[in-house]
Design a protein around this ligand. Structure first.
Ligand code: MN9
Length: 288
């Protein structure tokens, strides 16, 4: 379960429906062109919080059917509706997903006891491994070293997708839990996290920059920091341009330049204006 995992995009049509052909093409592109080690399905990048339970299941099915056992698959099932989280966890487990992941419950200001209960409830009902999805900037939920430790006490909790710029906490976690899997969540910080010996990374920009990300990770593991730094610089030039032009929309436009039918984003995410579509094409030409 180590390595570079793409936070998979999903292709939607103008009516917000899953574009099955496009989704299959995104999966293929990641496996064959980017050659990533795995796919993280229905995360933030998959627009998970904008779609129905049925659509989430449909996406889990299509991705598993297309990827088969060629790469590792992680199913993000977190939901404010705990019944939905359990249902999706069981569904993905039955499909053969290698692990599940759940975002920390957000919106209401849950205390740690409630957050712990959420993970334990999911895990009591599903026979699979769990990767905590921590992304404080979007959820407002920050956990400290001791709290991660309490969650890690459950043997089924095998790791964390750590999407935060807190390298002090990241280093402490790595040191305290050498046997848990730690995935770096911010692609622009991949090298810095790799130096701290994370087990891998899960990111949105790997949909189009997976090859470079793999190289950065491998170079860092080999101690070739100078070369890795050069690639992280190019990567961050690319990420800077993508963020400036509109994150998910721009990644989809870049995929389209590679012949992948990546579709559009779900509302309320907006469509890119024509000048931004053109800029996305220029970004693709420059970096791919
Ligand atoms: O899955 C992603 N987080 C979100 C992780 O999309 C919220 C990251 O890959 C970022 O998109 C990326 C750009 O900031 O690092």
């Amino acid at each position: 379960m180590k390595g570079i995992f793409t936070a998979l995009m999903c292709s939607f049509d103008e009516n917000g429906r899953v574009n099955e052909k496009g989704l299959r093409e995104i999966v293929r592109y990641n496996i064959e062109i980017s050659k990533v080690d795995g796919l993280y399905v229905n995360g933030s990048t998959g627009e998970n919080f904008l779609i129905s339970t049925e659509q989430k299941k449909q996406i889990f099915e299509i991705v598993k059917d297309e990827a088969k056992d060629q790469v590792k698959l992680i199913a993000q099932v977190g939901s404010l509706n705990i019944d939905e989280a359990v249902e999706l966890a069981q569904f993905a487990t039955d499909l053969g997903y290698d692990a599940i992941s759940a975002v920390t419950p957000f919106y209401y200001k849950f205390d740690f006891q409630e957050i712990k209960d959420y993970y334990y409830t999911i895990l009591e009902n599903v026979n699979n491994k769990m990767i905590i999805y921590s992304i404080p900037a979007l959820t407002g939920v920050s956990m400290n070293l001791e709290q991660f430790g309490e969650l890690f006490e459950n043997e089924k909790v095998i790791g964390v997708k750590f999407t935060a710029p807190d390298f002090f906490l990241l280093e402490r976690l790595r040191h305290a839990y050498p046997d848990k899997l730690i995935y770096s969540g911010f692609d622009e910080m991949l090298l810095s996290a790799s130096v701290l010996n994370v087990d891998g990374a899960i990111g949105s920009t790997f949909n189009v920059n997976g090859e470079r990300a793999k190289q950065i990770f491998e170079l860092a593991q080999n101690g070739q920091i100078e070369e890795a730094r050069e690639l992280q610089k190019v990567t961050n030039d690319l990420i800077g341009e993508i963020l400036d032009n509109g994150l998910y929309q721009t990644i989809k436009e870049i995929l389209k330049t590679q012949g992948v039918d990546a579709g559009v984003c779900r509302k309320p995410m907006k469509a890119l204006e024509e000048d931004k579509v053109q800029r996305a094409k220029m970004i693709a030409e420059k970096y791919l």
